[in-house]
Design a protein around this ligand. Structure first.
Ligand code: GAR
Length: 204
């Protein structure tokens, strides 16, 4: 008998321009086992919302009180059958409610080589400014598991790039974005496959 597999639905949490979200959507558009089923966003004017609309992916706009101190929007995530969460430029801390429900199945991308240049307030250009101010010769990206602390979970993947003389936060950000776009979708797929989530979901 043929074993038909229901695609795993992933949610992308993003609050910004959404260039990573876009690459993830491209990667999984016709994927047999994994689909982007929802975009979760806390900014009504964020670029990622237009990208999701173009791709006909539903968007959940969230409020801080309910997300951070309430039920973490778990009912909506369940409604969309979300089995895995990917943070792509999402700046709020992930509440314990979500960590409890999705433990080990939430990953984040950070635009530097953790454990350096991470923690509260370290996002976007602030990270690149700090890297340049410290005189680092290299920077890069880190993909890691999400736990209850900012940028703290186990590191799953890192890639490096050079910091070159004359770099500005913007030029470094652009090199880092290229690394993110090249690696994040593939690493998401590898992490999901390594956890056998699709298989165990199909066996439910
Ligand atoms: C990305 O560079 C991502 O690594 C960073 O925000 C940017 C979002 O860009 N995330 C953090 O700084 C988290 N601490 P995008 O909206 O174009 O994908």
């Amino acid at each position: 008998m043929q074993n038909s597999t229901i695609p795993l639905q992933i949610a992308i949490f993003a609050s910004g321009a959404g260039s990573n979200a876009e690459k993830i959507m491209d990667h999984f558009r016709d994927h047999p086992r994994i689909r982007v089923g929802l975009v979760v966003c806390n900014k009504p004017q964020a670029g990622v919302i237009r990208i999701a609309a173009r791709e006909r992916i539903p968007v959940l706009l969230i409020e801080p009180d309910r997300f951070l101190r309430g039920d973490g929007y778990l009912p909506e995530l369940a409604l969309h059958r979300i089995g895995f969460i990917v943070l792509a430029g999402f700046l709020w801390k992930i509440p314990e409610t979500l960590i409890g429900a999705y433990g080990g199945r939430i990953i984040n991308i950070h635009p530097a080589l953790l454990p350096k240049f991470g923690g509260k307030g370290m996002y976007g250009n602030r990270v690149h400014e700090a890297v340049l101010a410290a005189g680092e010769k290299q920077s890069g990206i880190t993909i890691h598991n999400v736990d209850a602390l900012y940028d703290n979970g186990a590191i799953l993947f890192q890639a490096r790039c050079e910091v070159v003389p004359g770099d500005t936060p913007e030029s470094l950000a652009s090199r880092i974005h290229q690394l993110e776009h090249r690696h994040y979708p593939r690493v998401i797929e590898e992490v999901i496959d390594s956890q056998n989530i699709v298989k165990s979901q199909a066996g439910q």
